[in-house]
Design a protein around this ligand. Structure first.
Ligand SMILES: NC(=O)c1ccc[n+]([C@@H]2O[C@H](COP(=O)([O-])OP(=O)(O)OC[C@H]3O[C@@H](n4cnc5c(N)ncnc54)[C@H](O)[C@@H]3O)[C@@H](O)[C@H]2O)c1
Length: 321
């Protein structure tokens, strides 16, 4: 099988929103991190982010050897990747940028070093065409923001990615407490963002049509399906929705209504007027609370939920018993 023990040194390329958060997580898991970025104040911002994230990571449990002092920063790419076991790439979301970067990385790195991209929307087939010699070690490992707190990582290879790379990457992310989901095919937006997009489309439609306010649609989600979705997903909940008859009975009961609703779901057009209507409704929901206050509230509840969730890690997803 695959050996993840050899992955102890990570190079993080691009230390913006996502790269900084990955860095904090890798350090909390006791790994050595060398980070690189071209922005003038990148090192200072990165170290500040890690320091700010550390109490939450401590609350969730630091791994043996975890230390902020295991972080090194260099603006020079060749120096940053020297001795890396895995590269987590978080550069700008532009295909021509990533292609060129993967060409450089392919030349700099031995063939057994995995190059994982955080890309939200690009496919690995597009990106890895830049890596002429060893495209098979390139893979998408798409996190959910912020990766140091939200466990999901979507793993998907391109046409030239090897099965071994996918398995090694999956083992690695599992070993640091992530919840990897493997996609068998490349699709724009991967899976989780497509799900968000599908739901968001109907949310915007309902608010734009005046069926419900932003506050009430958010309440409907948070205090209804959202609570359950944090425990089990759509499929397992449908199985429970069928009672003793399970998913088969659910389909018997709800195929008619569900398919009728699909026909009347909205397709909002986000014109400036519609955007203003949605934004006004959001501001009425937010009131005088600042973004910082809301972020702190979100993260506090999220940490409590993650702690609770850690006690029953297998409730949703693949049964391993
Ligand atoms: N923001 C999100 O919610 C989110 C979520 C999941 C995945 N992603 C993906 O993560 C990647 C990064 O997104 P982000 O939101 O962190 O963007 P960002 O703009 O915050 O960060 C990108 C960083 O790359 C740096 N950079 C630019 N050129 C570079 C170079 N040649 N070498 C090294 N660093 C360089 C920039 O200075 C910047 O700090 C994208 O591919 C994006 O799709 C973003």
């Amino acid at each position: 099988m695959t050996d993840t023990k050899t992955i102890h040194r990570i190079t993080v390329i691009g230390t913006g929103v996502i790269g900084a958060s990955w860095t904090a997580l890798f350090l909390a898991k006791g790994l050595q991190v060398v980070a690189t970025d071209v922005a003038p104040n990148a090192e200072g911002s990165l170290r500040k982010f890690v320091e700010t994230a550390w109490p939450a990571l401590k609350r969730l449990g630091l791994s043996p050897g975890a230390s902020q002092s295991n972080l090194r920063f260099t603006p020079a790419l060749p120096e940053a990747v020297a001795g890396a076991d895995l590269v987590q790439e978080n550069g700008p979301e532009r295909v021509e940028f990533k292609r060129k970067l993967y060409g450089q990385l392919d030349e700099l790195l031995p063939p057994d070093v995995i190059i994982a991209s955080s890309s939200s929307g690009l496919t690995m087939s597009e990106i890895q065409s830049g890596a002429a010699s060893h495209p098979e070690r390139c893979v998408i490992a798409h996190p959910f923001n912020p990766p140091h707190l939200v466990p999901l990582v979507e793993i998907v290879g391109g046409a030239k990615t090897s099965e071994e790379t996918i398995l090694r990457a999956t083992d690695f992310y599992t070993s640091i407490g992530k919840k990897p989901v493997r996609l068998n095919k490349e699709v724009p937006g991967h899976v989780a963002n497509r799900l968000q997009a599908a739901l968001g489309r109907e949310v915007y439609h309902l608010v734009a049509e005046g069926v419900v306010s932003a506050a009430d649609v958010d309440t409907a989600l948070c205090w209804g399906p959202g609570l359950r979705w944090g425990i089990m997903g759509n499929m397992m909940l449908n199985h429970l929705g069928g009672g003793a008859g399970g998913i088969e009975h659910f389909f018997q009961q709800f195929t008619g209504p569900l398919t009728a609703w699909w026909k009347v779901l909205g397709s909002p057009v986000l014109t400036p007027e519609v955007q203003k209507k949605l934004a006004d409704s959001v501001h009425a929901e937010v009131g005088s609370r600042t973004v910082e206050e809301l972020e702190a509230e979100r993260d506090d509840v999220l940490l409590g939920f993650l702690e609770l969730r850690a006690k029953r890690p297998e409730t949703a997803g693949r049964h391993r018993g």
